[in-house]
Ligand binder design. Structure first.
Ligand SMILES: Cc1ncc(COP(=O)(O)O)c(C=O)c1O
Length: 286
């Protein structure tokens, strides 16, 4: 059954806190018309931000890439306020931030001098027991655009893919472009072959995951070898372990991988994933 999700009790919209039913934007908001905006999700483990500066830096990068002028220095105190207003300062939670270009008569080019629309709220997240999960994952064609490094709110390709996965009884997708895995619909992918980890290099075809950075840092610290290279689908028979990472996904084991109704991978070992999970958990709970 699909998880229905829930609304937060309060959101911050353009400078004011309000209940979500009062938070409205114009039909001419470019976020509504074009998906002309970006977003960010930052985790807070029992009230403590995890790699906050990296999340803010990615937000700054994305704003710069799509040329939305926005002063990100206001964000940090507001994020803590969002947690506190939602009663989440002692709980596991995340803060959602969305900035669209703002409201203006509809034109394809960016209008001059408009005020961005800024939305923020905190929400609770289950960040425990990720080590026990075994996701059943659907291999899908990656038909997204070629700037997946921009964390754009225009997520239709991701949501269409994930809808197919969830209605088919899967937990996530693994996307494939030109014979190689790119990433999940909302996660980064890692493959383990003979003790070596492979993950796609950063670039326009994947989002630069913050959890990805943390995992690679852990690999360096624990002396686990990795290579940043596109992993071909034809090599899936050699794979010992696959795991997916993300702010809310953390480090989740792929239990099985399915392509056109056939199981093409079943998790055998899990030693490397387990070592990374253990160290990841330690760092998040410090
Ligand atoms: C397409 C995509 N890739 C990767 C990730 C993982 O990124 P992060 O670890 O920063 O959450 C996400 C997160 O939502 C995502 O949407």
């Amino acid at each position: 059954m699909k998880n229905k999700g829930s609304y937060p009790s309060e959101v911050y919209l353009n400078g004011e806190w309000m209940p979500p039913q009062e938070a409205t934007v114009s039909v001419f908001d470019r976020g509504f018309m074009f998906g002309d905006g970006i977003y960010e999700v930052t985790p807070f483990y029992r009230g403590k931000p995890f790699h906050l500066q990296e999340h803010l830096e990615r937000l700054r990068y994305c704003l710069a890439q799509i040329k939305i002028p926005f002063d990100i220095t206001i964000l940090e105190p507001l994020m803590f306020e969002a947690l506190s207003r939602a009663g989440l300062t002692e709980k596991d939670a995340a803060v959602y931030i969305q900035i669209s270009r703002g409201t203006a008569p509809r034109t394809h080019y960016f209008p001059d001098d408009i005020k961005p629309t800024f939305l923020m709220y905190a929400f609770p997240v289950q960040l425990e027991n990720f080590q026990q999960k075994r996701w059943k994952v659907l291999v899908s064609e990656d038909f997204r655009w070629q700037r997946c490094d921009i964390k754009s709110t225009a997520l239709l390709a991701n949501t269409m893919s994930n809808e197919e996965a969830i209605t088919g009884g899967y937990d996530e997708n693994l996307l494939v472009r030109e014979g190689c895995f790119t990433e999940g619909s909302h996660s980064t992918a890692f493959f383990v072959v003979d003790g070596m980890i492979y993950t796609r290099p950063e670039g326009p075809l994947i989002l630069s995951g913050i959890t990805r950075k943390v995992v690679l840092e852990i690999c360096r610290d624990l002396g686990i070898s990795y290579e940043e290279v596109a992993f071909p689908v034809v090599r899936v028979s050699e794979v010992d372990e696959i795991f997916l990472t993300g702010t809310t996904t953390q480090i989740t084991t792929v239990g099985s991988l399915h392509y056109e109704g056939e199981e093409i991978f079943r998790s055998q070992k899990g030693e490397i994933t387990a070592r990374l999970q253990e160290e990841f958990e330690r760092r998040t709970r410090k």
